[in-house]
Design a protein around this ligand. Structure first.
Ligand code: GLC
Length: 475
């Protein structure tokens, strides 16, 4: 079986979010299970030289973007056994940053078209093209309109994964012909709420739509979660599947992680206390082993639940003996809120604004609990990293958080603390349950062990994808 994994970011080449973690590890897991999986992504300026220097030029072709004919270089690099293709066009990709340019619609229409155009030039005819998020959402649309009956392209199945339905690739109607290269007859495939919507096109045209957790697959049928795509998703419900993401357990391992001041694992936990003391010192908090330390690593945006934290932070910090460390960047309102609060609670709250992967590791490793009260969370990987690093998650029951964390209050099992409603005091109550739980040192050690023993490696999820691909090819 041959799978071409098309994506707009992948670790270790370039990353802006969880998508890059998944793209950097699922293809490797598939290949280990003897599935021929190759990856294709844009050749961004920001890819480190060490990778660029290793790439091999295959050929160059011309790719149509509506009425334009654009240069497309194809480069290749093998990473952990997976052949990765890089689509080169300096006009589109030799820029600062990955997304957020005025012509993103055109850049990713080009990339999506290039994914298909390159197939005759690589020694790999895929059985399945697996696309991810709006940036590659036009691949299934182009395939069904322009390639399905073309010689050399027959019988390719398309899978489209929604990593976050909030970002759909929504543009004015004028791009339909001029940028995306479709005729007025195709408008019903792409139009939603009067806009051209790339994600809608993929939902219509791909053979299967997946999302990154079973709960999110249900939630996106509900208008509260669907950002306007609920009708089309309900109409196409029969092709939606939810498969929980895994994490790369080799590069995210507290036993070997070089960012940690001391390594540890579930049977050699001593190092964790050293990590905690070092983190307190690094962040300027009093170095105390007895106080529960809550970690937060997140983009500071509202769907991650910061409205709730904002509402009860004062109660949380003033009523309990607790410390909190926050790492993230994002919306100004949250950045300024946390910076200001850190000055008012210098012994309790420490905040670092930015995206610093090594500090993120030290927070997973050094904290006792990890707070993630998301309003919506398609999968979420941070709670999985936290579990692996022995930081017990406190989460709201939504999407992948619901599918990976169960409340330890129930039958004395479970791996964390969970609340149901998006309500600040419900969160506060749950944080207090965790703080009370921490006071029972023996009980906490058992809970932490259960958390660390959870297995979120790719095994099970990769097998589910393989099953899905096989059904598709057969069907
Ligand atoms: C997006 C989602 C996140 C998910 C990740 C990988 O970033 O917001 O929940 O874990 O994609 O699928």
């Amino acid at each position: 079986m041959k799978v071409l994994y098309a994506v707009s970011e992948a670790k270790p080449f370039i990353a802006s979010g969880g998508l890059a973690d998944v793209a950097g590890s699922l293809p490797v897991a598939l290949r280990r299970r003897l599935i021929g999986c190759r990856l294709v992504m844009p050749m961004y300026e920001g890819i480190p030289e060490e990778y660029k220097n290793e790439m091999r030029f295959i050929t160059h072709i011309t790719v149509p973007v509506a009425w334009r004919r654009q240069y497309c270089g194809i480069f290749e690099l093998k990473y952990q056994g997976v052949i990765c293709y890089f689509i080169d066009n300096q006009y589109y990709f030799k820029r600062q940053g990955i997304y957020g340019h005025y012509d993103d619609a055109e850049r990713f229409a080009f990339f999506s078209r290039a994914v298909l155009e390159m197939i005759p030039y690589i020694d790999f005819k895929p059985d399945v093209i697996h696309c991810n998020d709006w940036q590659t959402a036009l691949v299934p649309v182009y395939y069904s309109k322009y390639y399905a009956t073309r010689e050399g392209f027959e019988n390719i199945k398309t899978v489209f994964t929604i990593h976050n339905i909030q970002y759909q690739g929504k543009y004015g109607r004028e791009i339909l012909g001029d940028v995306a290269g479709f005729s007025e007859d195709d408008v019903s495939l792409l139009e939603n709420d009067g806009c051209i919507n790339f994600m809608k096109g993929a939902i219509e045209c791909s053979n299967v739509v997946t999302t990154v957790s079973p709960s999110y697959a249900q939630e996106i049928l509900n208008p509260w979660y669907a950002y306007g795509l609920d009708s089309i998703l309900n109409a196409r419900k029969y092709k939606i599947h939810g498969i929980l993401n895994g994490i790369d357990t080799v590069s995210n391992d507290p036993a070997t992680d070089k960012a940690l001041p001391a390594n540890f694992d579930v049977n050699h936990i001593e190092g964790k206390a050293k990590c905690k003391a070092a983190l307190q010192k690094e962040m300027g908090l009093p170095v105390r082993a007895d106080v529960p330390l809550i970690g937060v690593v997140s983009r500071l945006v509202s769907h991650k639940g910061f409205d709730l934290i904002k509402c009860v932070l004062d109660e949380m910090l003033s009523d309990s003996d607790v410390q909190m460390v926050v790492l993230g960047s994002g919306e100004w309102q949250y950045e300024s809120f946390f910076s200001e609060a850190a000055q008012r609670y210098p012994d309790k709250l420490a905040v670092k604004l930015g995206f610093i992967p090594a500090l993120a590791s030290r927070i997973y490793g050094g904290s006792d609990m990890f707070l993630m009260p998301s309003k919506s969370e398609p999968c979420g990987l941070s709670q999985m990293f936290a579990l692996r690093y022995g930081s017990v998650p406190i989460v709201r029951a939504t999407g992948g958080l619901k599918d990976s964390v169960t409340d330890s209050g129930i039958l004395g099992e479970g791996n964390g603390f969970v609340f149901e409603d998006y309500n600040a005091h419900e969160m506060l109550h749950t944080v207090r349950r965790a703080i009370d739980g921490y006071a029972d040192r023996d009980g906490w050690a058992i809970l932490r062990r259960r958390a660390m023993e959870c297995d979120f490696s790719w095994g099970r999820s990769a097998n589910e994808y393989i099953k899905l691909y096989k059904q598709l090819i057969k069907g």
